[in-house]
Design a protein around this ligand. Structure first.
Ligand code: SF4
Length: 183
């Protein structure tokens, strides 16, 4: 009788107020992706066509929180993922997008959509389908509990690989100084 197939670890990923650079860094593990895919399967992710996060072992979230939809998606991930990981500077601290925190949101929208010199009859978009922007950009842990933080903009492929292989083999992830960076 063939041995029963081992259940794969289920991983969801998303980009909130991110630039997809952290996802690109994950893809940078290159041929190690084949080894990874033997052990894991992907749930909701920009790499799949799954629209909502279901029950998962690990959720990897890049990007901070800049609008109402980000909050909704982050809560969906927290409710479904046993382990939630803030991946990259934006998720850990708000990152470069949080530089807008010292400006007024109203002034930013006015400048970009109305005052900008190349615009003619500009107006601030107000379609109800658009997610409302928040006054400030927030790191993930200000909205939900986060289990692990991986700094870096982005964290390197080697960092993400070490982190994931630690988790997949049941070890508490431990990143040496050579794998931690903040730029
Ligand atoms: S941490 Fe850097 S690479 Fe990752 S989403 Fe933010 S800006 Fe992009």
């Amino acid at each position: 009788m063939p041995a029963p197939e081992q259940k794969k670890i289920r991983i969801a990923t998303t980009s909130l107020a991110g630039c997809f650079g952290c996802h690109m860094s994950l893809l940078d593990i290159d041929e190690r992706l084949f080894a990874l895919l033997e052990q894991v399967e992907f749930d909701r992710s920009p790499l799949t066509d799954i629209k909502h996060c279901g029950p998962c072992d690990i959720g990897l979230v890049e990007g901070g929180i800049c609008n109402a939809e980000n909050v909704h998606v982050l809560r969906e991930f927290r409710n479904n993922c046993k382990i939630l990981v803030a991946v990259g500077a934006c998720a850990v601290t708000g990152g470069l997008p949080a530089q807008r925190n010292h400006l007024s949101l109203a002034d930013c929208l006015q400048e970009v959509y109305v005052t900008e010199i190349s615009l003619h009859n500009g107006m601030i978009p107000n379609d109800p389908e658009l997610p409302l922007p928040l006054d400030k950009v927030h790191p993930l842990h200000e909205v939900v509990k986060v289990d692990y933080f991986i700094p870096g903009c982005p964290p390197s492929a080697d960092t993400l690989w070490k982190f994931l292989t630690d988790l997949l083999t049941g070890r508490t992830p431990k990143l040496g100084a050579d794998l931690i960076r903040y730029d």
